[in-house]
Design a protein. Sequence first.
Length: 258
Amino acid sequence: MGERDCSKCFLCFFNLIIWLVGLALIVLGAYLMGMYGDYTSVLNEQYTVLPFGIIIGVGVLFFFCAVLGWCAASRSSRACLGVFFFIMFAIFAMEIAAVALGVFFKSNIFDFIGKDLKNAIKNYDSDNDHGIDRIVDKIQDLFHCCGNHNYTDWSSSPFDHNHPASVPDSCCKNRTEGCGNDVLNLPGSVAGEYIYIEGCHDAIFNVVHDDMGILIAVGGSFAAIQILCMICTAFIMCKRSNDRLISGYDILGDGVVA
């Protein structure tokens, strides 16, 4: 019984971690949705609202799954343990599938983002108080970029009709009113001293690529915790079955021997 009790303690500890992760995902998803939800005027909802909604949904699932796992471990209920094991295995399988799809469709996703940014730049007009203008400015400020592929994209946009050879002030490294005026008349090496010349498409890709190692480390650690949870659950279930066979009695979920 000592080995089973030890496994129950480990399972409760791992479930505490999963519960905290679920709570963190709910808070993170809500924060990101509130912060970037208005980017839907530039980027398709499948790149903003949908991912954040999925993060919240996964957080809620982890939250209640951890509660179920804790109850199952504390009472050694075969039914609860079985349901918990199945849910954890299903979540693990979905995570593997999501990673595979993300790797497979990564280039397609960034191509679609590039198209959305290109359309946003074509519809940009700083002389009108359009929501799309503010979002493009936010993206350029946040990612330290200018245009879609590079800063020269603004030369073929409606913005250039009203402000010839200029870029929006959000492209400037030190943003002041009119800091982007006549920048397109400068050589690229000189323009780079005053504005960000890298396009937002590549800037977004580089940010995701640079953080990929951290994401892989965090995801791998959490996957290891899930695997340990499933191992502990399977061990408790097997140990409980063996105890029933050895003693010849039916051990109930509350620990009472009948």
